[in-house]
Design a protein around this ligand. Structure first.
Ligand code: GH3
Ligand code: MG
Ligand code: MG
Ligand code: MG
Length: 305
Protein backbone atom coordinates (compact mmCIF):
# COMPACT_ATOMS: atom_id res chain seq x y z
CA UNK A 1 0.00 0.00 0.00
CA UNK A 2 2.95 2.32 0.55
CA UNK A 3 3.44 2.98 -3.16
CA UNK A 4 -0.27 3.65 -3.48
CA UNK A 5 -0.19 6.58 -1.11
CA UNK A 6 0.42 9.34 -3.66
CA UNK A 7 -2.76 8.30 -5.46
CA UNK A 8 -4.95 8.06 -2.44
CA UNK A 9 -7.26 10.90 -1.53
CA UNK A 10 -8.83 8.58 0.98
CA UNK A 11 -8.94 4.89 1.80
CA UNK A 12 -10.20 2.83 -1.12
CA UNK A 13 -13.78 1.62 -0.84
CA UNK A 14 -14.26 -2.10 -1.37
CA UNK A 15 -17.67 -3.69 -1.76
CA UNK A 16 -17.90 -7.43 -1.05
CA UNK A 17 -20.99 -9.19 -2.37
CA UNK A 18 -21.72 -12.74 -1.25
CA UNK A 19 -24.81 -14.49 0.04
CA UNK A 20 -22.73 -16.51 2.52
CA UNK A 21 -21.80 -14.46 5.60
CA UNK A 22 -18.83 -16.75 6.22
CA UNK A 23 -17.28 -15.86 2.84
CA UNK A 24 -17.80 -12.20 3.51
CA UNK A 25 -16.13 -12.49 6.88
CA UNK A 26 -13.05 -14.14 5.35
CA UNK A 27 -12.65 -11.42 2.73
CA UNK A 28 -13.40 -8.67 5.21
CA UNK A 29 -10.58 -9.95 7.42
CA UNK A 30 -8.18 -9.76 4.47
CA UNK A 31 -8.91 -6.15 3.54
CA UNK A 32 -10.15 -4.30 6.58
CA UNK A 33 -6.73 -2.82 7.34
CA UNK A 34 -6.27 -1.24 3.92
CA UNK A 35 -9.79 -0.50 2.74
CA UNK A 36 -13.17 0.73 3.90
CA UNK A 37 -15.04 -2.52 3.44
CA UNK A 38 -18.77 -2.60 2.68
CA UNK A 39 -20.82 -5.76 2.46
CA UNK A 40 -23.90 -6.83 0.52
CA UNK A 41 -25.60 -10.22 0.79
CA UNK A 42 -27.88 -9.99 -2.24
CA UNK A 43 -27.78 -8.78 -5.84
CA UNK A 44 -30.34 -6.03 -5.26
CA UNK A 45 -28.44 -4.75 -2.25
CA UNK A 46 -25.22 -4.81 -4.29
CA UNK A 47 -26.74 -2.61 -7.00
CA UNK A 48 -28.11 -0.08 -4.53
CA UNK A 49 -24.86 0.13 -2.60
CA UNK A 50 -22.81 0.45 -5.79
CA UNK A 51 -24.87 3.45 -6.83
CA UNK A 52 -24.87 5.11 -3.41
CA UNK A 53 -21.29 4.43 -2.33
CA UNK A 54 -19.40 4.45 -5.63
CA UNK A 55 -16.94 1.78 -4.42
CA UNK A 56 -13.49 1.57 -6.06
CA UNK A 57 -13.79 -2.17 -6.57
CA UNK A 58 -16.46 -4.86 -6.23
CA UNK A 59 -15.80 -8.49 -5.28
CA UNK A 60 -18.80 -10.30 -6.66
CA UNK A 61 -20.05 -13.79 -5.88
CA UNK A 62 -21.76 -15.55 -8.82
CA UNK A 63 -24.27 -17.94 -7.28
CA UNK A 64 -26.73 -16.04 -5.14
CA UNK A 65 -30.37 -16.65 -4.34
CA UNK A 66 -32.14 -13.55 -5.67
CA UNK A 67 -30.11 -12.34 -8.62
CA UNK A 68 -26.92 -14.03 -9.74
CA UNK A 69 -23.59 -12.21 -10.01
CA UNK A 70 -23.61 -12.25 -13.80
CA UNK A 71 -26.88 -10.31 -13.84
CA UNK A 72 -25.55 -7.88 -11.22
CA UNK A 73 -22.44 -7.26 -13.33
CA UNK A 74 -24.53 -6.76 -16.48
CA UNK A 75 -26.64 -4.12 -14.73
CA UNK A 76 -23.61 -2.38 -13.22
CA UNK A 77 -22.00 -2.08 -16.65
CA UNK A 78 -25.25 -0.84 -18.23
CA UNK A 79 -25.64 2.03 -15.76
CA UNK A 80 -23.56 5.15 -16.39
CA UNK A 81 -22.83 5.87 -12.70
CA UNK A 82 -21.52 2.36 -12.02
CA UNK A 83 -20.12 1.27 -15.38
CA UNK A 84 -16.56 2.34 -14.51
CA UNK A 85 -16.32 0.38 -11.25
CA UNK A 86 -14.06 -2.64 -11.69
CA UNK A 87 -15.64 -5.99 -10.83
CA UNK A 88 -13.84 -9.18 -9.79
CA UNK A 89 -15.86 -12.38 -9.68
CA UNK A 90 -15.10 -14.56 -6.67
CA UNK A 91 -16.83 -17.83 -7.24
CA UNK A 92 -17.01 -21.58 -6.72
CA UNK A 93 -17.94 -22.07 -10.37
CA UNK A 94 -14.68 -23.29 -11.76
CA UNK A 95 -15.43 -24.29 -15.32
CA UNK A 96 -13.44 -22.37 -17.92
CA UNK A 97 -16.67 -21.34 -19.66
CA UNK A 98 -17.79 -19.58 -16.51
CA UNK A 99 -14.57 -17.63 -16.44
CA UNK A 100 -15.07 -16.64 -20.07
CA UNK A 101 -18.59 -15.43 -19.32
CA UNK A 102 -17.24 -13.38 -16.43
CA UNK A 103 -14.73 -11.58 -18.64
CA UNK A 104 -17.26 -11.10 -21.40
CA UNK A 105 -19.50 -9.35 -18.91
CA UNK A 106 -16.73 -6.85 -18.26
CA UNK A 107 -15.06 -8.23 -15.12
CA UNK A 108 -11.38 -7.33 -14.69
CA UNK A 109 -10.47 -10.57 -12.94
CA UNK A 110 -11.83 -13.92 -11.81
CA UNK A 111 -10.95 -15.62 -8.55
CA UNK A 112 -11.94 -19.20 -7.78
CA UNK A 113 -13.09 -20.46 -4.39
CA UNK A 114 -11.56 -21.80 -2.29
CA UNK A 115 -9.03 -19.02 -2.68
CA UNK A 116 -5.51 -18.47 -1.50
CA UNK A 117 -5.49 -15.40 0.75
CA UNK A 118 -2.13 -14.04 -0.36
CA UNK A 119 -3.02 -14.30 -4.04
CA UNK A 120 -6.43 -12.69 -3.55
CA UNK A 121 -4.88 -9.85 -1.62
CA UNK A 122 -2.23 -9.22 -4.26
CA UNK A 123 -4.74 -9.25 -7.09
CA UNK A 124 -7.24 -7.00 -5.37
CA UNK A 125 -4.54 -4.53 -4.35
CA UNK A 126 -3.22 -4.39 -7.92
CA UNK A 127 -6.65 -3.64 -9.32
CA UNK A 128 -7.28 -1.02 -6.66
CA UNK A 129 -4.02 0.67 -7.52
CA UNK A 130 -4.97 0.79 -11.21
CA UNK A 131 -8.41 2.14 -10.38
CA UNK A 132 -7.04 4.93 -8.20
CA UNK A 133 -4.43 5.84 -10.81
CA UNK A 134 -7.05 6.04 -13.53
CA UNK A 135 -9.24 8.22 -11.28
CA UNK A 136 -6.36 10.65 -10.82
CA UNK A 137 -5.64 10.70 -14.56
CA UNK A 138 -9.29 11.27 -15.41
CA UNK A 139 -9.45 14.12 -12.92
CA UNK A 140 -6.23 15.64 -14.24
CA UNK A 141 -7.45 15.40 -17.83
CA UNK A 142 -10.43 17.55 -16.90
CA UNK A 143 -8.67 20.32 -14.99
CA UNK A 144 -6.47 23.09 -16.26
CA UNK A 145 -2.94 22.55 -14.95
CA UNK A 146 -2.18 26.16 -14.12
CA UNK A 147 -5.40 27.32 -12.47
CA UNK A 148 -7.08 24.10 -11.30
CA UNK A 149 -10.44 25.07 -12.83
CA UNK A 150 -12.13 22.96 -15.55
CA UNK A 151 -10.31 22.99 -18.89
CA UNK A 152 -11.73 23.27 -22.38
CA UNK A 153 -12.33 19.51 -22.65
CA UNK A 154 -14.41 19.29 -19.51
CA UNK A 155 -16.22 22.52 -20.44
CA UNK A 156 -17.20 20.99 -23.79
CA UNK A 157 -18.46 17.82 -22.16
CA UNK A 158 -20.49 19.57 -19.53
CA UNK A 159 -21.79 22.13 -21.99
CA UNK A 160 -23.47 19.33 -23.95
CA UNK A 161 -25.44 18.00 -21.00
CA UNK A 162 -26.38 21.49 -19.78
CA UNK A 163 -27.47 22.46 -23.30
CA UNK A 164 -29.58 19.29 -23.64
CA UNK A 165 -31.31 20.09 -20.38
CA UNK A 166 -31.95 23.71 -21.41
CA UNK A 167 -33.37 22.49 -24.72
CA UNK A 168 -35.77 20.07 -23.02
CA UNK A 169 -36.95 22.70 -20.56
CA UNK A 170 -36.87 25.52 -23.13
CA UNK A 171 -34.87 27.75 -20.79
CA UNK A 172 -32.45 30.47 -21.94
CA UNK A 173 -28.75 29.71 -21.81
CA UNK A 174 -26.11 32.42 -21.41
CA UNK A 175 -22.44 32.22 -22.22
CA UNK A 176 -19.73 34.71 -21.23
CA UNK A 177 -16.41 34.87 -23.05
CA UNK A 178 -13.86 36.60 -20.86
CA UNK A 179 -10.45 37.94 -21.84
CA UNK A 180 -7.88 39.70 -19.67
CA UNK A 181 -7.04 43.13 -21.07
CA UNK A 182 -3.49 43.83 -22.28
CA UNK A 183 -2.18 40.64 -20.81
CA UNK A 184 0.77 40.45 -23.15
CA UNK A 185 1.90 43.77 -21.74
CA UNK A 186 1.39 42.40 -18.22
CA UNK A 187 3.81 39.56 -18.97
CA UNK A 188 6.26 41.91 -20.64
CA UNK A 189 6.19 44.29 -17.70
CA UNK A 190 6.00 41.90 -14.73
CA UNK A 191 7.38 38.64 -16.15
CA UNK A 192 5.75 35.29 -16.86
CA UNK A 193 5.76 34.05 -13.28
CA UNK A 194 3.74 37.04 -12.10
CA UNK A 195 1.60 36.52 -15.22
CA UNK A 196 0.88 32.94 -14.18
CA UNK A 197 0.00 34.03 -10.66
CA UNK A 198 -2.32 36.69 -12.07
CA UNK A 199 -4.14 34.04 -14.15
CA UNK A 200 -4.52 31.84 -11.05
CA UNK A 201 -5.97 34.73 -9.07
CA UNK A 202 -8.33 35.69 -11.88
CA UNK A 203 -9.51 32.07 -12.32
CA UNK A 204 -10.11 31.73 -8.59
CA UNK A 205 -12.06 34.98 -8.44
CA UNK A 206 -14.22 33.98 -11.42
CA UNK A 207 -14.86 30.60 -9.87
CA UNK A 208 -15.74 32.09 -6.48
CA UNK A 209 -18.16 34.59 -7.97
CA UNK A 210 -20.47 32.36 -9.98
CA UNK A 211 -22.66 30.97 -7.28
CA UNK A 212 -25.38 28.76 -8.72
CA UNK A 213 -24.54 25.06 -8.59
CA UNK A 214 -24.87 24.49 -12.34
CA UNK A 215 -22.89 27.56 -13.43
CA UNK A 216 -19.70 26.47 -15.10
CA UNK A 217 -16.36 28.29 -15.32
CA UNK A 218 -13.55 27.08 -17.56
CA UNK A 219 -10.18 28.20 -18.85
CA UNK A 220 -10.21 28.19 -22.62
CA UNK A 221 -6.51 28.74 -23.05
CA UNK A 222 -4.10 31.64 -22.58
CA UNK A 223 -5.85 34.47 -20.74
CA UNK A 224 -9.31 33.49 -21.93
CA UNK A 225 -12.07 32.07 -19.78
CA UNK A 226 -15.67 31.09 -20.42
CA UNK A 227 -18.66 30.98 -18.08
CA UNK A 228 -21.81 29.06 -18.86
CA UNK A 229 -24.97 30.19 -17.09
CA UNK A 230 -27.94 27.82 -17.43
CA UNK A 231 -31.47 29.18 -17.02
CA UNK A 232 -30.18 32.75 -17.26
CA UNK A 233 -31.61 35.53 -19.45
CA UNK A 234 -29.83 38.66 -20.72
CA UNK A 235 -30.47 40.64 -17.54
CA UNK A 236 -29.09 37.79 -15.45
CA UNK A 237 -26.05 37.40 -17.70
CA UNK A 238 -25.30 41.12 -17.41
CA UNK A 239 -25.61 40.99 -13.63
CA UNK A 240 -23.14 38.09 -13.41
CA UNK A 241 -20.73 39.79 -15.83
CA UNK A 242 -20.80 42.95 -13.71
CA UNK A 243 -20.16 40.92 -10.56
CA UNK A 244 -17.17 39.29 -12.22
CA UNK A 245 -15.78 42.65 -13.38
CA UNK A 246 -16.19 43.91 -9.82
CA UNK A 247 -14.53 40.85 -8.32
CA UNK A 248 -11.49 41.34 -10.55
CA UNK A 249 -11.37 45.07 -9.71
CA UNK A 250 -11.40 44.11 -6.03
CA UNK A 251 -8.41 41.82 -6.55
CA UNK A 252 -6.66 45.12 -7.21
CA UNK A 253 -3.80 43.63 -9.24
CA UNK A 254 -1.47 46.41 -10.34
CA UNK A 255 -1.03 46.67 -14.13
CA UNK A 256 1.01 49.76 -14.96
CA UNK A 257 1.41 48.75 -18.60
CA UNK A 258 -2.33 48.60 -19.28
CA UNK A 259 -3.71 51.27 -21.58
CA UNK A 260 -7.18 51.12 -20.02
CA UNK A 261 -6.65 51.11 -16.25
CA UNK A 262 -3.75 50.78 -13.83
CA UNK A 263 -5.27 47.54 -12.56
CA UNK A 264 -5.90 44.20 -14.26
CA UNK A 265 -9.29 44.34 -16.00
CA UNK A 266 -11.50 42.12 -18.15
CA UNK A 267 -13.42 42.43 -21.37
CA UNK A 268 -16.52 40.24 -21.52
CA UNK A 269 -18.70 39.21 -24.45
CA UNK A 270 -22.10 37.76 -23.51
CA UNK A 271 -24.62 35.81 -25.59
CA UNK A 272 -28.02 34.64 -24.38
CA UNK A 273 -30.03 32.24 -26.52
CA UNK A 274 -32.92 29.83 -26.21
CA UNK A 275 -31.26 26.58 -27.26
CA UNK A 276 -32.40 24.96 -30.49
CA UNK A 277 -31.72 21.40 -31.54
CA UNK A 278 -29.22 22.60 -34.13
CA UNK A 279 -27.23 25.29 -32.32
CA UNK A 280 -23.89 23.90 -31.16
CA UNK A 281 -21.33 25.04 -28.61
CA UNK A 282 -19.29 26.42 -31.50
CA UNK A 283 -22.16 28.66 -32.51
CA UNK A 284 -22.81 29.87 -29.02
CA UNK A 285 -19.10 30.62 -28.63
CA UNK A 286 -19.16 32.50 -31.89
CA UNK A 287 -22.02 34.75 -30.71
CA UNK A 288 -20.22 35.49 -27.44
CA UNK A 289 -16.93 36.04 -29.28
CA UNK A 290 -18.52 38.68 -31.51
CA UNK A 291 -19.56 40.59 -28.40
CA UNK A 292 -16.10 40.16 -26.87
CA UNK A 293 -14.61 41.63 -30.01
CA UNK A 294 -16.97 44.60 -29.63
CA UNK A 295 -16.00 45.03 -25.97
CA UNK A 296 -12.35 45.14 -27.02
CA UNK A 297 -12.88 47.59 -29.86
CA UNK A 298 -15.10 49.87 -27.77
CA UNK A 299 -12.29 50.40 -25.27
CA UNK A 300 -11.95 47.20 -23.11
CA UNK A 301 -12.76 46.86 -19.38
CA UNK A 302 -16.44 46.39 -20.23
CA UNK A 303 -19.18 43.90 -21.09
CA UNK A 304 -21.07 43.78 -24.36
CA UNK A 305 -24.21 41.75 -25.01
P1 GH3 B 1 -6.12 42.29 -25.43
O1 GH3 B 1 -6.40 43.40 -24.44
O2 GH3 B 1 -6.49 42.70 -26.82
O3 GH3 B 1 -6.76 41.04 -25.04
O4 GH3 B 1 -4.54 42.10 -25.44
P2 GH3 B 1 -3.70 40.91 -24.84
O5 GH3 B 1 -2.29 41.30 -24.75
O6 GH3 B 1 -4.33 40.44 -23.56
O7 GH3 B 1 -3.97 39.76 -25.90
P3 GH3 B 1 -2.98 38.84 -26.70
O8 GH3 B 1 -3.86 37.73 -27.21
O9 GH3 B 1 -2.21 39.64 -27.68
O10 GH3 B 1 -1.98 38.25 -25.65
C1 GH3 B 1 -2.31 37.27 -24.74
C2 GH3 B 1 -1.09 36.98 -23.93
O11 GH3 B 1 -1.36 36.03 -22.90
C3 GH3 B 1 0.03 36.41 -24.75
C4 GH3 B 1 0.64 35.35 -23.86
O12 GH3 B 1 1.99 35.66 -23.61
C5 GH3 B 1 -0.14 35.43 -22.58
N1 GH3 B 1 -0.39 34.10 -22.03
C6 GH3 B 1 -1.12 33.10 -22.57
N2 GH3 B 1 -1.12 32.02 -21.75
C7 GH3 B 1 -0.35 32.34 -20.68
C8 GH3 B 1 0.04 31.62 -19.49
O13 GH3 B 1 -0.32 30.47 -19.25
N3 GH3 B 1 0.83 32.28 -18.61
C9 GH3 B 1 1.23 33.56 -18.84
N4 GH3 B 1 2.02 34.14 -17.94
N5 GH3 B 1 0.90 34.23 -19.94
C10 GH3 B 1 0.11 33.65 -20.85
MG1 MG C 1 -23.04 -17.70 -3.30
MG1 MG D 1 -6.86 36.71 -25.76
MG1 MG E 1 -6.27 39.62 -23.65
Amino acid sequence: MERLKPYLHQRPKLLIVDDQPLNIRLLHELFRNDCDVYMATSGEQALTMSRDLAPDLILLDVIMADMDGHEVCKRLKATAETSQIPVIFVTGKDHEDDETIGFELGAVDYIRKPFHSVVVRARVMNHLKLKLQSDVLREMAMLDGLTGIPNRRSFDERFESIRAHALREQRPLSLLMIDVDYFKKYNDHYGHLRGDQCLRDVAQALNDNVRRPHDLVGRFGGEEFAVLLPDTDETGALTVAEQLQMAIAQLDIEHRASDVADRVSLSIGAATRLPTSTASLEQHLHWADEQLYRAKSEGRNRTCI
